[in-house]
Design a protein around this ligand. Structure first.
Ligand code: COA
Length: 320
């Protein structure tokens, strides 16, 4: 499998830490030192559909693939305003794709999970060209009266077009049950058999525990991936890690004893955009010519569940 097109889209509204400090008991100093985040883009007038559509269209244009030639649309999304139909179904018509689609909830690791599935579809000949869209609106899960989670997230979408090729070398995905440390519950209707109506619960997070699991599991994923492919951290040009917290990325980097330049970040500007984050980074860096042809990259992501996903690949340059 190789990536032949990339796209991303962010809401127009840029919200600074100082703006949040205007209505939450927080400060620019706290958010910056604990997370590295300075601003985030939050949906105001756009919908998630708009962002997903524009990221997908940009990816299609850069790939040179026509929408009708896409064989599968895989949509990575934790939740949107519809439980059903899927976000993938919502996008098919406006994109002009007529192919099977499904949404995948791999939390913030959803893009790596989608790539892993796309790789299998391509290897078995089930599809030849796949559009992956990772679109997330975590700002709509948070309790905006509490400072613990709302300062961390941003909204956004990214998209990749993938086809047959030799770029991706290996994946490592893991999963474990830690439901209590990071969850978002939807409301449930009462039925004649179960009269308990359940109200939606804004995102609940045990930040310290998520931090610990994130660092340990990403390190384990990357170490395993490198070892079983006969590589050392020095062989890797860039590590593109889920953009949740600069301190998480620094802990992983320090374990691997690698310089800062090898761990590019954009979370300063966008916050944690969940499964869209690595795709936004890839799109921005690829368009800026910062992903060199033949460069060996590691992608590494983690998210609620607890799930993780990492991939090892050689980048093939895209001409925009
Ligand atoms: N502004 C100011 N103070 C805040 C705050 C905020 N936005 N959020 C929490 N605090 C306070 C806490 O109430 C606590 O106060 P106390 O000492 O009086 O009890 C203090 O800051 C320290 O809280 P703590 O949770 O120990 O901070 P931390 O160093 O662990 O940083 C996170 C908190 C959330 C930034 C960090 O744990 C983290 O990033 N975890 C991972 C989260 C994540 O990535 N989630 C998404 C996964 S995909």
């Amino acid at each position: 499998m190789k990536i032949i097109g990339t796209g991303s889209a962010l809401p127009k509204e840029i919200v600074t830490n100082d703006m949040l400090a205007g209505f939450l008991d927080t400060s620019d100093a706290w958010i910056t030192t604990r997370t590295g985040i300075r601003t985030r883009h939050l949906q105001s007038h756009e919908t998630l559909r708009d962002l997903a559509l524009s990221a997908a269209q940009a990816a299609l244009v850069s790939s040179g693939v026509q929408a009708e030639d896409i064989d599968y649309l895989i949509c990575s999304n934790v939740a949107n305003s519809y439980v059903s139909p899927s976000l993938g179904s919502i996008l098919l018509g406006p994109l002009g794709c007529c192919c099977p689609t499904f949404d995948l909830n791999g939390a913030c690791a959803g893009l790596v999970y989608s790539l892993d599935i796309a790789d299998s579809f391509l290897k078995t000949g089930k599809a030849r060209k796949i559009l992956i869209v990772a679109a997330e609106e975590p700002s709509r899960f948070c309790n905006w009266h509490e400072r613990e989670t709302s300062v961390l997230f941003g909204d956004g979408a990214s998209a990749l077009v993938v086809t047959e090729g030799e770029s991706f070398v290996d994946f490592r995905l893991t999963g474990d049950t830690h439901t209590d440390i990071l969850y978002y519950k939807r409301s449930m209707e009462a039925t004649p058999y179960d009269r308990v109506e359940e109200k939606t619960t804004p995102l609940v997070m045990n930040g310290r525990e998520v931090f610990r699991l994130a660092v340990n599991s990403c390190i384990e994923d990357i170490d395993t991936l490198l070892e079983r492919n006969g590589k050392t951290p020095d062989d890797i040009e860039l590590f593109l890690v889920h953009q949740a917290n600069l301190r998480i990325i620094d802990c992983i980097r320090e374990h691997l004893e690698q310089p800062k330049e090898k761990f590019p970040t954009n979370l300063q500007n966008y916050g944690n955009t969940s499964s869209a984050s690595i795709g936004i980074l890839i799109d921005e860096m690829s368009r800026a010519g910062e992903l060199k042809d033949g460069a060996t990259l590691v992608l590494s992501a983690f998210g609620g569940g607890f799930v993780t996903g990492a991939a090892l690949l050689k980048w093939s340059q895209i001409n925009y």
